[in-house]
Design a protein around this ligand. Sequence first.
Ligand SMILES: C[S@@+](CC[C@H](N)C(=O)[O-])C[C@H]1O[C@@H](n2cnc3c(N)ncnc32)[C@H](O)[C@@H]1O
Length: 248
Amino acid sequence: MIIHHKSSEKMDEVDNEFVHLIITSPPYPMIQKWDELELFCHGREDVVIGKEDFWIQHDRLLRIWAECKRVLVPGGLLCLNIGDATRTIDGEFCCYPNYAYVTIQLFKMGFTPLVPIIWRKISNRPNAFLGSGMLPPNGYIAQDCEYIGIYRNGGKRVFTPHDPQRYASEFTKEQRDVWFQQVWNIPGAAGAKKTSAFPEEIPYRLVQMFSCIDEVVLDPFSGTGTTKTVCEILEREFIGYEVEENNP
Ligand SMILES: C[S@@+](CC[C@H](N)C(=O)[O-])C[C@H]1O[C@@H](n2cnc3c(N)ncnc32)[C@H](O)[C@@H]1O
């Protein structure tokens, strides 16, 4: 279990085809809470975020996706939690389509997109309505879902028949029936507004669905280390990258 406190734009510490599974959640492009980090990383402290930053921020992430492709074993999976960003810039409200755009970029790069998971964050509060009362046509749909995109590095992974490590990692039929449904109803992590952590249940499922015991799991945006904690419990090796020194 190791976390490198540096940018994952260059993961020189990790050999080619060394990682079996990647589970991660980047700073979502165009989300206001990441403006400071974005401007700081580019020495642009005095500049205001504009509509064109959608492309700029995705292009920066692209370098990390290329590194992910390099370190993944053939057939290894990249599970990417990302949400679209709703924001008003220059008086124009827009839903910046992060999931759609990152999926096209990964597809172009040679990843195979698989069916995504729709993560519906269960909430007690009634959906906030954005718009003009009950009058058509200018209301906006309340956003209460994020995506977990699943992308494969080439074809399926190949195992020898009855591979003992694979069989020791088997999950139950009950787990399969829930985990492989497209919609996951899971509450957000406590305090997630501040830390951006995802709930443990997300990597807890993904690790068991897509890796075997003792295999290597990478999180290039490891944050508070949720994926690491789960890997310790589930007997997987973990490698993380995180720029924020205060994170574990
Ligand atoms: C959405 S949070 C990840 C939260 C994590 N899944 C958790 O459960 O705590 C994104 C993290 O990426 C970090 N980060 C941003 N740019 C980075 C980069 N280039 N390399 C490594 N970490 C980065 C941020 O500091 C932040 O902690």
